[in-house]
Design a protein around this ligand. Sequence first.
Ligand code: A3P
Length: 355
Amino acid sequence: MTDIRVEALEEPIAAKLREECRSDTYPAASVRVFPSGCAHTDCYQKSAERFRDFEIREDDVWVASYPKCGTTWTQEMVWLIANNLDFEKAKAERLTERVPFFDFPAIVSKSIPGIPEDILQFFSEMKTKRIFKTHLTKDLLPLQIWTKKPKVIYVARDPKDVVVSYYHHHRLWNGYTGTFEDFFEGFLADVLVYSPFWDHVLDYWKLRDEPHILFNTYEEMKRDLHGVIRKTADFLGKSLNEEQVNQLAEHLSFRSMKSNPATNLEIFAELERKRHGLPEQPDLKFIRQGECGGWRKEMTQEMADKLDAWTKQRLEGTGYNLSSFNKISDVKGHTVGQVVMDHFQTEASTLPQRI
Ligand code: A3P
């Protein structure tokens, strides 16, 4: 097994964010883990080897992402496709139970009522078909993913929307009391849990042509949910007729998932708001705004320019084109046409846009 090495995260901005995250349950990052150089909380280490050695089943399905990229949305879509559109069960059973969070022990510092103490053992004993959510970087996934090759569906999102969404997430779950500016600096300095963002995305994107990997984006889901449903169903070996695609798209709409207690995590969010003495604001909901370009409401132009320059530098020579988020893709995500905006990035900085 490849050795896992851990270094303390000593950057001053990381220390500042740790101070500003008041939750006694969901801490900020304090270590960097190699391989991958991913930032983690100090809870990661106790499960590191168990994550790597976890027994994979060939028929597992993994939904992978950097946080706030549309994981929950993808989980619900994948679960329903894999379970022949069993809407009744989807509404009766919480998504967190149907598609559990594999690396939850890496982000939580104490046990949570209702969640098995040894959740990895629980996962290994599951009798039903397993669909997992994970935010692990490619290099920290269970090693058998690369030999047993279960299906992996990755979802990426524009980092400007990710950082805003992750900020509000931290306010709610991590009891973050600092400024958006500090949080933003932490994102660019790669010290947030599961950062560096671009390494996370690119490591999976490079595998997009592997038959067991599907690479989707949040923007594509917003623009052409029906197309993404069809592509994902095809990838999972399921066929859906037009009526079923329409039904699923309706179930996955922002409005529907926001009001659905099985997907909106409101029961947990309410606990966290109480714990941190927070009001019931729209931004302090788990399913929050669901927009492309919502970052414009929170980020100054200077910050947006800084993030764009950071993205440009990180993407240099990779071939990854952010504007491809707005293109139609075929079954394996290859671009075959282009709609909406060709120069999304340029226009995005000047136009008020809601997709
Ligand atoms: P915002 O905070 O920008 O609203 P994740 O599941 O990876 O944590 O991602 C959360 C983001 O996905 C949140 O973004 C959330 O509102 C958005 N989201 C969840 N369900 C959605 C849906 N059905 N349609 C659009 N966006 C959705």
